[in-house]
Design a protein around this ligand. Structure first.
Ligand SMILES: [Zn+2]
Length: 358
């Protein structure tokens, strides 16, 4: 079934793109609504396992932006939020571009492409990691797994993280070979599944236990490939119209936080960016997996902190935003596939999904 669905999607996208049905649809049907696209790292190399996504090559990113500039109406997120606040219809056939986390490659590779096609974009920054040599915890984990010195990893989970025994069930012993790149990739995905289930403190404990055992082969780490943006790069992009939003302080799972701690995250990440940009930051994006249980109380907290818009979790709600979309629950889609697949997805969400779902 999954295979059939995928095949239909490919054939549909292929026809839309190569028969130029997209051009026809966009010309004939001026449908209000904004599709917000999500990217992360734009980089010719990657430390991330293929199955995870997260990275797009600069070549493919340029093809995406060229396509969007030609077929759609690229608008800034600030314009979209202003429409939603004032109950104004969103511009017809519009898309908005967002990049999460604030990787240094956004400046090196994505920014020249955005400039070339005069495309707006909004980058969500992890305030405490920006301008440092640190990486978000998941990226650091990928990097250490990729360049592990050890050929093998065995951990007794119950011993390494006693506080989280109930999360692991019967799978208490981890025993993973790390010799080939395939084995490293498989191990990375398996451990990632466990790490994502854990609250902050036990996750840190398990990460420390893993790092102690696998050691990092410093010689093979390509240091410049994955780093975060500097404030100078951020300011330089801002001068050219790129917008910035907050994406928490450290990319933790915020909805497991107490209200007081969540408040700190919302307000401190906002202030730190504002101090460096000398202007108000009004958009927030919860770190990847965090908005599962976002409640109206969280919306109220966001508003009180001075935010005007918030992105919802890409894995939970996707598709197109209409005039009735809650500005604190803006939907996004992440497409890292070739341009014809992007074309197909955009057309599907804009013109067909409502009919197919009914
Ligand atoms: Zn993120």
């Amino acid at each position: 079934m999954h295979f059939l669905k995928k095949a239909i999607k490919i054939i549909f996208s292929f026809c839309i793109y190569y028969l130029r049905l997209d051009a026809l649809l966009y010309r004939c049907i001026k449908k209000s609504g904004t599709t917000v696209l999500l990217y992360h790292s734009v980089n010719p190399s990657t430390i991330v396992p293929n199955a995870v996504g997260l990275c797009i090559s600069p070549k493919r990113f340029e093809r995406h932006i060229r396509y969007l500039a030609k077929r759609c109406n690229i608008i800034p997120i600030s314009e979209m939020v202003a429409c939603l606040e004032n109950n104004k219809p969103l511009p017809a056939n519009s898309v908005a571009i967002t990049l999460d986390d604030g990787f240094g490659d956004n400046f090196k590779y994505a920014f020249p492409i955005l400039k070339k096609y005069r495309s707006s974009a909004l980058i969500f920054l992890i305030s405490d990691i920006i301008n440092t040599s640190r990486l978000p915890w998941l990226l650091e984990f990928y990097q250490r797994m990729r360049f592990a010195g050890a050929k093998h990893l065995s951990i007794d989970l119950a011993k390494a993280v006693p506080a989280a025994n109930d999360v692991f069930g019967t799978e208490r012993e981890i025993d993973l070979p790390l010799v080939t790149s395939g084995q490293r990739c498989k191990a990375t995905l398996e451990l990632r599944k466990i790490l994502k289930k854990l609250p902050e403190v036990p996750r840190q404990q398990l990460l420390s236990a893993i790092y102690e055992k696998i050691t990092l082969d410093q010689n093979s780490v390509q240091s410049d490939n994955f780093r975060m943006l500097s404030w100078d790069e951020i300011r330089s992009m801002r001068q050219h119209g790129i917008e910035f939003g907050a994406h928490s302080r450290n990319h933790a799972n915020l909805l497991k936080f107490s209200e007081a701690d969540l408040w700190d995250e919302l307000i401190i990440s906002k202030q730190r960016i504002e101090e460096n940009l000398k202007e108000a930051v009004t958009t927030f994006a919860f770190p990847g997996y965090a908005s599962t249980n976002k409640s109206p109380e969280v919306d109220a907290l966001l508003k009180r902190a001075g935010y005007r818009g918030c992105m919802s979790d890409v894995n939970l709600v996707d598709g197109i935003n209409g005039s009735t979309t809650n500005p604190f629950d803006i939907r996004r889609i992440e497409i890292l596939e070739p341009t014809f697949m992007l074309a197909g997805e955009l057309v599907y969400y804009r013109f067909f999904r409502d009919y197919i779902k009914k």
